[in-house]
Design a protein around this ligand. Structure first.
Ligand code: 5GP
Length: 213
């Protein structure tokens, strides 16, 4: 069985990543969504172990020290990190694991897992981004402004990603993401073993033919 691939989805806060993640995991069963650990306080409606594992700062630091995280980063005053065990178990079971993480973490993943797929999601315009963040009603104005500021910084690292996904429509965006992940399974690196085997077999056939002549 082929190993799964690691898919990183980043993007502006308010790009609609959460909605797309929900949709793609509901529609297709080969995706596993990694649940991060964070020191941020839960927002209204967020559930422990579903949205995040909400942990204290000392516990997070313990996770860093004991290498329990594949990557971690600090984002707007809080720590966020990807628990290692779930990711490795799912990849070994052949599942594609989606990490919804910010750019510092994304770059660490690309370094550790060169075959990972990095996707940056954006709404069609800055205006739309602001409206979505305000409309979400989960943050106060100061936090919304901090997040918009951070969005500017994040967009500067975008060249490191493999694809940009414009989220103007949920269904279209979900399908596009699914297709990009499917296609990624057929990258050259994923099939080098097969090509090597075909080369060996071709040489054998060539040798056998030259022995006959
Ligand atoms: P939020 O507080 O809105 O849930 O998340 C803030 C940012 O942290 C988002 O950009 C989200 O993608 C990112 N994030 C969530 N989990 C992780 C993680 O495990 N690692 C990293 N590096 N970023 C994360």
């Amino acid at each position: 069985m082929d190993k799964g691939i690691l898919v990183v989805v980043s993007g502006f806060s308010g790009a609609g990543k959460g909605t797309i993640m929900k949709r793609i995991t509901e529609k297709y069963d080969n995706y596993a969504l990694s649940i991060s650990a964070t020191t941020r306080a839960p927002r209204k409606g967020e559930e422990e172990g579903k949205s995040y594992f909400f942990v204290s700062k000392p516990r997070f630091e313990e996770m860093i020290d004991s290498d329990e995280l594949v990557e971690y980063a600090k984002y707007v005053d809080n720590y966020y990190g990807t628990p290692r065990k779930f990711v490795e178990d799912c990849l070994n079971q052949g599942k594609d694991v989606i990490l919804e993480i910010e750019i510092q973490g994304a770059l660490k993943i690309k370094k550790k897992f060169p075959n990972s797929l990095l996707i940056f999601m954006t709404p069609p315009s800055a205006e739309e981004l602001r409206n979505r963040l305000i409309g979400r009603n989960t943050e106060d104005e100061e936090t919304v402004n901090k997040r918009l500021g951070r969005a500017i910084v994040e967009s500067e690292g975008v060249e490191a990603y493999d694809y940009i996904l414009v989220n103007a429509d949920i269904d279209t965006c979900t399908e596009k993401l699914h297709n990009l992940i499917r296609a990624s399974h057929d990258r050259v690196e994923a099939h080098l073993d097969l090509i090597e085997k075909i080369r060996k077999d071709l040489r054998r056939i060539e040798d056998a033919a030259s022995n006959i002549q």
